[in-house]
Design a protein around this ligand. Structure first.
Ligand code: HAM
Length: 431
């Protein structure tokens, strides 16, 4: 009996990993340009960390966490996101005493027990950034500029930043009351879920996907119309920078995000190629979170992108192709095989990507193998070549042989130079 992987948990196969490493490299590069340094946080945390930060009435905490009792009875959880863990680490290591502003980036797997479908997995990977220690609108805008640069570099198809403000401790409570009153007046038309959570978390009304619920709430009040003066000024300042820097955005007053820690700026990125799960990323400001997790009153802002969704929405050609072997050595006979192994070892140490096989295979079967690996040059090592101390080169694309063209004593660099000359020769001949 074969053992299959767990539903919603996927392998990333060798043909796909070149794209993953390319995405990660881009993220590191763009992050470094904006002054971020990497932080690595554990995959398992205390369950309380997430219930206290993400919020008890969110889908994530209510029904999607992988929580389990440790042997000593404490409840642990596979992290469903990175922000809570980063703030936990920030507080635990009193990072505010070491630097006035922490600009951190991270990447790695997250776990949510959602219903799997295209773009929605139970283990998925995020790339995220967090700035802890600044409360000004300029840093929100800078984080959005970084996001925009990253989306551009990754060649995401039709990315669109959706922007909203969720207000703060001054203007959100009265707005929340207004929304609650609206929900209560329309309770009969709400879906069961929204009706159940209405008193505890009325904001959820706005991002419910149920069509009847949506219809019933088209005229619901939105936060953008209820912002207090400072929140309005903050939001306008963020928008001004984006416009000045030519970064397009769309206001989405119904976007409330699926995590409860946000205040003021909140955003999502939607893109092509994702179907119903159309957000490749999301983020925003979380000024109360450090304090809620036992630290000082220090503000924060950040975002995370889902790597699997980025891949679905990237242009087809984007990302690095896997690196193919540069040469395939085809030895004929036992003596040639041991010489081939020696050559392969030397050239690999010199940095050349070398493939070979062993076991006395015929030239024909070795050629077939090299062809399958899409290698351009096969280096044939038979009796004549051993005697002449030089390999015969077959240019697979040009279908040409160059008898004893590479000396056995060649270094990796000399090998590459000789192949480049042969390639030049092949092109000249064809012309
Ligand atoms: P989030 O919106 O929950 O935000 O997740 C960010 C991104 O992770 C999503 O836009 C999506 O691309 C990806 N993602 C989420 N769930 C899944 C899933 N089940 N399958 C595949 N991809 C998924 C956060 O996690 C916040 N921590 C972002 C943040 C950082 N806010 C401030 N700083």
């Amino acid at each position: 009996m074969k053992i299959s992987s767990v539903k919603g948990f996927h392998d990333v196969l060798p043909g796909e990993t070149a794209r993953w490493t390319w995405i990660e490299r881009q993220a590191r590069e763009v992050g470094t340009r904006y002054g971020f340094t990497e932080i690595r946080i554990p995959i398992v945390e205390r369950t309380e960390l997430f219930s206290r930060s993400i919020g008890d009435t969110t889908d994530i905490v209510e029904k999607e966490m992988y929580s389990f009792a440790d042997r000593d009875g404490s409840s642990l959880t596979l992290r469903p996101e990175g922000t809570a863990s980063i703030v936990r680490a920030y507080v635990e290591h009193a990072m505010q005493q070491k630097e006035p502003v922490s600009k951190l980036f991270y990447l790695g797997p997250m776990f949510r027990r959602e219903r799997p479908q295209k773009g929605r997995l139970r283990q998925f990977s995020q790339i995220g950034v967090e700035v802890i220690g600044r409360d000004d609108a300029a840093i929100d805008a800078e984080v959005l500029l970084l996001l925009h640069d990253l989306l551009t570099g990754l060649e995401i198809r039709s990315p669109q930043i959706e922007l909203n403000s969720l207000g703060d401790a001054t203007c959100r409570p009265p707005y929340r009351d207004a929304l609650l009153a609206f929900g209560q007046a329309h309770r009969a038309a709400l879906c069961e879920n929204c009706s159940r959570r209405l008193e505890r978390n009325p904001l959820r009304l706005l991002d419910c996907k149920n069509p009847e619920c949506r219809a019933a709430t088209t005229d619901a009040p939105v936060m953008l119309d209820h912002l207090c003066g400072p929140c309005r000024a903050h939001f306008d300042a963020v928008c001004t920078v984006l416009r000045r820097e030519g970064v397009g955005y769309r206001l989405n007053p119904r976007m409330v995000r699926g995590l409860d820690y946000y205040v003021r700026t909140a955003f999502e990125v939607v893109a092509e190629g994702l179907g119903a799960q159309n957000a490749v990323g999301g983020g925003g400001r979380y000024d109360g979170l450090v304090k809620a997790l036992g630290g000082p009153d220090i503000p924060g802002v950040g975002f995370a992108l889902g790597v699997e969704r980025l891949i679905l929405s990237m242009a087809d050609h984007a990302g690095a192709a896997p690196l193919l072997p540069e040469v395939f050595i085809a030895p004929l006979g036992a003596a040639a095989e041991s010489e081939a192994m020696h050559l392969a070892h030397r050239w690999r140490r010199d940095g050349v990507r070398v493939e070979m096989t062993s076991g006395g295979k015929s030239l024909k079967s070795q050629m077939r193998l090299a062809d399958k690996m899409s290698v351009q040059y096969v280096l044939i090592l038979g009796e004549d070549e051993l005697a002449g101390q030089a390999l015969t080169v077959r240019d697979m694309a040009a279908k040409r042989d160059f008898a004893r063209a590479i000396e056995l004593s060649s270094s990796g660099n000399a090998l590459r130079d000789a192949l480049a000359q042969l390639a030049h020769h092949s092109v000249e001949q064809r012309a």
